[in-house]
Design a protein around this ligand. Structure first.
Ligand SMILES: Nc1ncnc2c1ncn2[C@@H]1O[C@H](COP(=O)(O)OP(=O)(O)OP(=O)(O)O)[C@@H](O)[C@H]1O
Ligand SMILES: [Zn+2]
Length: 642
């Protein structure tokens, strides 16, 4: 419960919460119980069954309803006299503009993705409203405070990029189960059920590339009137048999590696599985398409069991068949979703068959789902602790108690007998393109790169702009918006297909262009440097943006992540000194302690924004891939807020 002084700081203040998920539910409850009386809450999602174990404001009967609205109703039951305004909407909707943000004394994030976090950061900066940012992953969590001109903004620090794998490891030489999962999910599943027009490395061997007898047609396409069982076997034989034979023909590849074994349907004892489990024809019992399950159909019950090669093969063929029989309308538009049972079954089975071919240990559906969905099981207690810390920092912000602002890390193992590690925030980064006016530099071949490449790869993917406008001097080259005249829309569409040097106002080396996002009220100047050539392997975008704060992508680790995933597997990446004394002490977040070392972990897409560890200065955290930030980190000297 807040003190009298704190209560008077809270009273009458309007706060905006973004996200009513794991952190959001705890936060709304804690805000209400702490005395906040005017809370607005935005969440774009509806409640799913999988949320119920930790998002305690929701019940089974609420599944399918708006999170923001149900959360409001649940809290009003025990705090009926406060005002809670819910919005079932995306925070990126144009309605939530700078004027909307200006109505609030402080904004509190309980989000799960980088994109939305960056967007809120920019609107808070433009509106001059403080932001309390948070994130959790398993036992780890953190809360940071961002106040314009006083502390660093959310984007002042580099955010680690998603992990990536060399394409050849995935397509040809997997050595870990995660490589098989990435192959099954991002190549095979996407090729069979996703957008056919998208480039996909599986295409390389989808038709005859080696002069063998395989016909030069798209083997993944189901032929007219082709029997579905026949089609499934053909796909199976192609990807697990024929493709492996082709790979084996490149002998150099296997000089220092174990050779994979081609697997054909005829090699697998499918009949055995059918006999053991009974050949259950349950296809007709699935009324809801999302409940369709190949496992159920063939009588496999326990998702924690590791299936045999025969069982995986059976699930593979059955899942493929069920997609065509029960979910045909979705084929061509599907993207892998960890909550889609049939998709998880298909990916598990395909990954296991490939693993079997390459001599890699097989995994259960439960494990495979965790890897495919980058799942770290959420810990409700971490969310509750983080929500408490958000409220503590929010009260300090409302009291303008700048000296006592803290970024607080919730650790998995105690360090210096502490599980909560408060660190003084830093001053804004003077070269941050978001909160300072530092120009960026772009090296690009202006004679062959189109404006479209620039918009997709730089303006949207790297700068995270939502409604961009591109100007060269006074010439407007590109703009998006609902209220544009038809001829302007046509002009901009034509510009997108022009190379930079041939635009009506040509962009060449030495040009400075201005990119602006009207909604985020963010403007960046970009100095253009013409460069003829780029290394395809190391510079695949064919352009290099510098002065931009994303860390290097990490390679070759246990899991991959895609931007936008809601959870991640960083639970073990924070490593701290051993504690001999296991008597713990949880320090108040506002104690005067300030650790000297922060360490970013790989969680660009996780619930966390940049989980860190603080430990004994003389001992290194042993995760070699983590970034250790000392006071002189990067090219700038970081100054703590005075
Ligand atoms: N752009 C956005 N606008 C509004 N709400 C958002 C936006 N992006 C994410 N959210 C919300 O943030 C919340 C994050 O909560 P949480 O991390 O617990 O994820 P979840 O989707 O509820 O659970 P999980 O992903 O673990 O199944 C979600 O409810 C999600 O809808
Ligand atoms: Zn900044």
């Amino acid at each position: 419960m807040a003190t009298e002084q704190q209560l008077s700081a809270i009273k009458g203040e309007k706060v905006l919460m973004v996200g009513a998920g794991g952190i959001g539910c705890e936060l709304l409850k804690t805000l209400a119980l702490s005395g906040f009386q005017d809370i607005h809450i935005i969440d774009m999602d509806t409640i799913e069954v999988s949320n119920l174990n930790r998002q305690f404001l929701f019940r089974q009967s609420h599944v399918g309803q708006s999170k923001a609205k149900v959360a409001r109703d649940a809290v009003l039951k025990f705090r009926p006299n406060i005002s809670i305004t819910p919005y079932h909407a995306n925070i990126k909707d144009p309605d939530f503009n700078v004027d909307f943000f200006k109505k609030f004394s402080v904004v509190l994030n309980g989000l799960d993705n980088l994109d939305a976090r960056r967007h809120v950061n920019r609107l808070c900066l433009a509106a001059g409203v403080p932001l309390v940012e948070s994130g959790t992953t398993g036992f780890l969590g953190q809360v940071t405070v961002h106040v314009k001109g006083k502390t660093e903004c959310y984007e002042c620090q580099p955010k680690p990029a998603p992990k990536t794998y060399p394409v050849c490891t995935i397509t040809s030489t997997p050595s870990k189960f995660v490589h098989c999962i990435v192959w099954a999910k991002d190549l095979l599943f996407a090729r069979l059920f996703g957008d056919k027009n998208q480039e996909n490395d599986l295409n390389v061997r989808s038709s005859d590339a080696s002069g063998s007898s395989e016909p030069a047609e798209d083997v993944f396409e189901r032929k007219r009137d082709e029997d579905i069982e026949e089609y499934g076997r053909r796909v199976y034989d192609h990807v697990f048999g024929y493709n492996i034979e082709v790979a084996l023909s490149n002998e150099d590849t296997w000089k220092k590696r174990n050779k994979p074994r081609p697997i054909y349907v005829r090699d697998v004892e499918l009949a055995e599985v059918i006999q053991q489990n009974g050949n259950l024809d349950k296809v007709s019992v699935f009324s809801d398409p999302l409940s369709v399950s190949a496992m159920t159909t063939i009588g496999l019950k326990n998702p924690q069991d590791v299936w045999s090669l025969a069982e995986n093969s059976r699930v593979f063929l059955e899942a493929l068949k069920l997609f065509f029989l029960k979910r045909e309308k979705e084929i061509g538009n599907l993207t892998f979703d960890k909550d889609d049972q049939l998709a998880v079954e298909f990916v598990t089975a395909a990954a296991n068959i490939r693993a079997s071919s390459f001599g890699i240990h097989l995994h259960s559906l439960f494990e495979a789902k965790g890897i495919a969905g980058n799942i770290v099981h959420a810990v409700a207690t971490t969310n509750a602790i983080i929500a408490g810390l958000i409220v503590i920092e929010t009260i300090k912000v409302l009291q303008d108690d700048v000296k006592n602002y803290r970024m607080t890390y919730c650790l998995e193992h105690p360090s210096r007998k502490m599980l909560l590690m408060p660190v003084e925030p830093f001053e804004p980064n003077k070269s941050c393109y978001v909160c300072s006016e530092t120009p960026l530099t772009l090296e690009i071949n202006t004679n062959n790169s189109k404006l479209r490449d620039f918009v997709e790869k730089i303006v949207k993917a790297k700068l995270g702009m939502n409604l961009p406008l591109i100007m060269h001097g006074s010439a407007l080259l590109y703009e998006v918006g609902d209220d544009l005249e038809e001829d302007m829309v046509a002009n901009y569409a034509a510009n997108l297909d022009k190379v930079l040097a041939q635009l009506p106002s040509p962009i060449t080396g030495g040009t400075i262009i201005t990119v602006e996002d009207l909604q985020q009220e963010l403007t960046c100047n970009i100095n253009i440097k013409h460069r003829e050539e780029f290394d395809e392997e190391n510079e695949p975008d064919g352009m290099i943006l510098s002065g931009w704060t994303q860390a290097l992508a990490q390679k070759n680790d246990e899991t991959s992540k895609e931007n936008g995933a809601s959870t991640s597997n960083v639970s073990q990446t924070v490593s701290l000194e051993d504690e001999e004394d296991d008597e713990l002490q949880i320090l108040p977040a506002f104690s005067g302690f300030a650790g000297n070392k922060r360490k970013l972990t790989d969680n660009a897409n996780s619930s966390s924004s940049d989980l860190s560890c603080v430990g004994d200065e003389n001992k290194d955290c042993d995760d070699s891939e983590a970034i250790v930030m000392l006071d002189g980190y990067g090219e700038r000297k970081k100054c703590r807020v005075q």
